[in-house]
Design a protein around this ligand. Sequence first.
Ligand SMILES: *[C@@H]1O[C@H](CO)[C@@H](O)[C@H](O)[C@H]1NC(C)=O
Ligand SMILES: *[C@@H]1O[C@H](CO)[C@@H](O)[C@H](O)[C@H]1NC(C)=O
Length: 277
Amino acid sequence: MKVTQLDCLCLILLHLLHTSGSERFEVLGPTDSIVAVAGDDIILPCYLKPNISAEDMTVDWLNLDFLDERVFRYQNHRIIRDDQIPYYRGRTSLFEEELWRGNTSLKLTRVQGTDEGHYKCLIQSKSWYDDFTVQVLVKAVGSKPVVSIEGHREGGMGLLCESEGWHPDPELVWLDSKGVHLSARTLETHRDFKGFYRVKQHVIVQETDTNHFTCRVQQKRINEKMETEIHLPSELFDPTPWRMAFIVLCCLGAIIGIGLSLAIYCICYKKGNGEII
Ligand SMILES: *[C@@H]1O[C@H](CO)[C@@H](O)[C@H](O)[C@H]1NC(C)=O
Ligand SMILES: *[C@@H]1O[C@H](CO)[C@@H](O)[C@H](O)[C@H]1NC(C)=O
């Protein structure tokens, strides 16, 4: 029997695998990203293959989208809370009763906007380590938009639309009754301390035949929208002070007109009389 170089290499590799094999493991988890609804509790799955105990290992959960990445650490049979990203304080845990069978899944409670990111599950024994990364997407549908009337602005009526509690950040559009987009001011977007988005936008509308206007806030990634319709009575577009001013001007004009005609008539009449005399 001929032994080739390749066979030799394989044998050596197999031997190495066997001798160091007692401590070797793979870290596995879901290949699809996890979509989490804001406010829910979620599990980020992660486990060892083969299913050896992780009780004597160091288990790190990191959020790679943060500079200071630590979400959770288990080491020397204890939970280490130093250097934990403050957003995760009091919201993370492992299933400690599951560690002996290689289950190092992380439980994250009350999901919030800042939780979106890439999470690495890193497991280290004394002689080996491996990791797995899973992506978490956070979905939050915000509040029904609140529309308020701001009064007369630049020859139209000023309206303001506001909605909060979104993730990811939504778009906002103003529509007239025919569904035509109205051009509005720039969208103002703010992020609160939990990572949810609040948006608001001003618009100036002109009188139409129906005076129905809609503010729609939508997020295409999560395929959600919320909208509010407002009806403006047409008297609003017809401001009383202006009408009064117009009437007063008309009256003044009429009085001045009559006065002038009278004066002209009198002068002519006197002149006429004078010539006759
Ligand atoms: C570990 O895996 C083996 C085979 O995959 C299975 O038979 C066994 O029940 C598992 N052990 C635990 C503790 O889950
Ligand atoms: C790990 O434990 C959690 C909680 O009991 C369970 O939901 C999950 O399915 C387990 N994962 C594996 C891979 O066994």
